[in-house]
Design a protein. Structure first.
Length: 80
């Protein structure tokens, strides 16, 4: 299993991070806000834990969506 992790940067708006968490990880507003604040305050936040293929797909989807909206939001996967 692999963790999907969002990494903090100084440019991506908090609202965009919440949108990403809701859209790609099916989180409600409260859960998404909690993870966004963790990313903001601690530099990283775990979005979920998935099998390798699903984690890789989520990382690619989030990365592509961020690029499409011209945000430098980084999303990585790490072995759990």
């Amino acid at each position: 299993m692999f963790k999907v992790v969002l990494l903090n940067d100084d440019y991506t708006p908090m609202e965009f991070v919440i949108t990403v968490l809701q859209r790609f990880f099916s989180l409600d507003t409260e859960q998404a806000t909690r993870i966004m604040l963790k990313v903001h305050n601690e530099g990283r936040g775990v979005c979920g834990i998935f099998p390798r293929d699903i984690a890789a797909t989520k990382v690619e989807q989030v990365s592509a969506f961020a690029r499409q909206h011209q945000h430098p939001l980084a999303c990585v996967m790490e072995e759990n």
